[in-house]
Write a protein that binds this ligand. Structure first.
Ligand code: DON
Length: 568
């Protein structure tokens, strides 16, 4: 029986008004449900917010393709999901186009021209962590708007149409979710500390579910972008507002930094796994290479026989994660500044050799597993989209930490990222996600900081089969790895592949982090093998679309957040 719509979780936001505003006519900004999965035959969008997913679908109904929908959804998220949706951050897009071509777009932030490698060290050479995480000095030059305009070459509708729903959302406001209310309340003291001008997010009384969030200054910024194109952000009034904000708060970004920002097309990182072609993000995201390394290290192992979440299957995956992340720490960074040895790191012989010291049932030790020898010199958001024309888009975008630097550009209404923390501020000193690095990821002017974002598309017989990705800092590649193995090897349903408990190892610190719901008997078995286990909050929010036979798309939003899947 054709399932048209499966509503797993419906939760109605308080209806303050039933008025609908210009833009996608059927999207009500004040009343919406968290639809967690859908089976559709024309197109589907999974994103971190129901309004953004619905807007993406409406754009496809108006004749747009998956790229149009990705642009409109990202812009809508910049309004309805200010913790991670953004115009002041950056990200990566991987797309499979209807003509059979695969593309990867890098709109990662860059270090400002006057950034330097010791900028977060005190006079004794120690890292001042808060400096790269909060406030004006923590921001890289934003890439999102440049990325959106680069991707317009594959869109069908005009940018004016794609940005209008975001403008409407910012001008007229929308009902915030309970999670948003809680996180805005938690943000209030940081907002006071790291801002020079009061913003729309600040409020004397606590925010509550259903409150309307109106962002007039953001609407005006979006209108400038609508009318002037990328120059509406990187030049003129918006750029001046950013630079004035920098001057008030001790930041270093200049008008030249902004004007000089360019998004870059990269060659997607591709490899095969059990008859599938995996298309993912290349450097400066470590995501594609880590995914490649982890999947190849387990490809010849009997995962399906061992079974989903069996202690030995988990151990194999943990050990492949450990080894891949050790290489990340030493070899990975912006390829425009550092010669990342991608070929060697992903060669079959190297990856086989990497697992030679694996012993089933006995925990490896990170102190004895160094990065391999090469012969030569809490917020992000993911969107998965598919259309019936054959286009598939996987885009992950971020401010880094939740609400980025916590600094809102005065008069322009948007948050700036704190992406500078993704650089290695000092060799061996962990960043926010506990990741260590060295020369490859040292700060240099104009350099892109190493990312873990892993927007991924799996092809079967050359056609899109799975579109997936997630937030989660360094847990991103392991979450994508586990989601893909869950579907391909363990034959889990898409919902289970997304929602079942996840685990993570990143070489250092030498421990396996597991979600609260991780089965206790597996924890006991891993502990007996010698692993240190640490429970932690949710790992990832995986937005996944799987293509079903006869041209239907099953879209699943992660249960861990407000995420929603819509289609038609
Ligand atoms: O680029 C990166 O890898 C990080 N800035 C991503 C941050 C992130 O996913 C936070 N989300 N929970």
């Amino acid at each position: 029986m054709a399932r048209i719509l499966i509503v797993i979780s419906i939760f109605i936001i308080c209806s303050c008004s039933t008025r609908k505003f210009p833009g996608p006519e059927s999207v009500n900004f004040y009343q919406y449900s968290f639809q967690k999965s859908v089976v559709a035959s024309h197109g589907a969008v999974v994103s971190a917010h129901p309004l953004a997913s619905q807007i993406g679908v409406e754009i496809m109904k108006k004749g747009g393709n998956a790229i149009d929908a990705a642009i409109a959804t990202q812009l809508a998220l910049a309004v309805v999901y200010p913790g991670a949706g953004n115009i002041g951050g950056g990200g990566f897009m991987v797309a499979h186009l209807a003509n059979g071509k695969q593309v990867a777009l890098d709109f990662r932030e860059k270090a400002p021209a006057s950034a330097h490698r010791n900028m977060y060290l005190d006079t004794n050479g120690n890292v001042i962590a808060s400096k790269s995480l909060n406030g004006h000095l923590s921001s890289g030059v934003p890439g999102t708007i440049a990325g959106l305009f680069e991707s317009m070459q594959y869109a069908k509708l005009s940018f004016k149409i794609l940005i209008q729903p975001a403008i409407d959302l910012a001008e007229k406001g929308f009902a915030i979710t309970e999670r948003e209310a809680t996180s805005l309340n938690e943000l209030q003291s940081d907002l006071k500390q790291f801002n020079t001008v009061r913003s729309a997010f600040q409020k004397e009384l606590p925010w509550k579910k259903g409150d309307t969030l109106i962002q007039r200054e953001l609407a005006n910024t979006l209108i400038r972008i609508r009318d002037l194109g990328a120059a509406g952000f990187y030049e003129g009034k918006t750029a001046l507002l950013i630079v004035e904000e920098m001057k008030r708060g001790g930041g270093i970004m200049t008008l030249d930094d902004l004007k000089g920002y360019k998004a870059k097309w990269r060659t997607p990182h591709q490899f095969t796994y059990k008859g599938h072609t995996i298309v993912s993000m290349p450097m400066p995201s470590s995501g594609g290479v880590l995914l490649h390394q982890m999947m190849k290290m387990v490809e010849d192992k009997p995962l399906p026989t061992l079974g989903f979440l069996s202690p030995l299957a988990v151990q194999l995956m943990v050990e492949s994660e450990r080894r891949a992340y050790a290489d990340r720490a030493k070899y990975m960074g912006d390829p425009d500044f550092y010669p990342v040895p991608v070929e060697q790191l992903t060669s079959e012989s190297y990856l086989k050799e990497r697992m030679h010291d694996f012993v089933a049932g006995v925990a490896g030790k990170s102190e004895s597993i160094a990065p391999g020898t090469i012969k030569e010199s809490t917020q992000t958001t993911h969107i998965s989209i598919i259309d019936r024309e054959g286009n598939a888009v996987s885009v992950t975008t971020t401010l880094n930490n939740s609400y980025g630097s916590k600094t809102v550009v005065g008069g322009a209404g948007f948050l700036l990222n704190d992406e500078m923390d993704d650089f290695s501020a000092k060799p061996g000193v962990p960043n926010l996600y506990g990741a260590v690095g060295g020369e490859a990821n040292a700060i240099e002017p104009g350099k892109r900081m190493l990312s873990s974002m892993t927007p991924t598309i799996v092809l079967k017989n050359g056609e899109p089969f799975i579109i997936t990705g997630t937030p989660g800092g360094t847990t991103i590649p392991t979450s994508v790895f586990q989601t893909l193995v869950n579907i391909i090897d363990f034959n889990l349903s898409t919902e289970d592949a997304v929602n079942k408990p996840k685990f993570h190892h990143q070489w250092l610190p030498d421990l396996v982090s597991v979600e609260e719901s991780f089965p206790s008997e597996v924890i006991s078995a891993l502990t007996r093998m010698g692993y240190t286990i640490q429970k932690r909050e949710a790992i990832g929010r995986v937005e996944t679309i799987k293509v079903l036979p006869v041209g239907r798309f099953e879209a699943v939003a992660d249960n861990r957040g407000d995420d929603a899947a819509y289609g038609y």
